[in-house]
Design a protein around this ligand. Sequence first.
Ligand code: FE2
Length: 193
Amino acid sequence: MAVLRFPAEDRKIESEQEIRSTLAALGIDYERWSLDRVPPDSSADAVLAAYAAEIDAMKQRGGYVTADVIDVNPTTPNLEVMLARFDKEHTHDEDEVRFILAGRGIFFLNLEGRVASVEVGPGDMLRVPRGTTHWFTLCEDRRIRAIRWFQDTTGWTPHYTGSGVDVDYQPLCFGPQYLGARVHTTISIDRSA
Ligand SMILES: [Fe+2]
């Protein structure tokens, strides 16, 4: 389940419906998909076969021609170099479409100066249209497994904006289990009853 935040507005949204409608109004597709098709340790080929219907439907929706499974974990060679390619504000010439199978990461979307962060996790599908200024990083466990769709793999090259806006945002992942900082409450107990 995703967490949508607008850091400058101190606004956090955790309801699926509200995340979906808020992002839809900004041109971003968000959906929850079933994870029960394949065991978590299935091969990439097994994942692609199990989700063939969804993969084909998405290809039709966006004109994508290929799909693959990306699998990143702390032992992935050159992981920090790879992450550094995408954690600076950039655009692509094609949509960035991900269905998260495992792990968590944060997309920061700079929507005409209003920055939204979408922390995605297992079962989340996010579709960011081409040309959207954004950046991405993994949560602390440095783990993500996702189905990706491509219109043309050459379109995947990041075009950096060089704005530097990304350094103003902490890539803090909270996850659905995060209940927020404790607040002190005053509870009066009526002992007269
Ligand atoms: Fe990107």
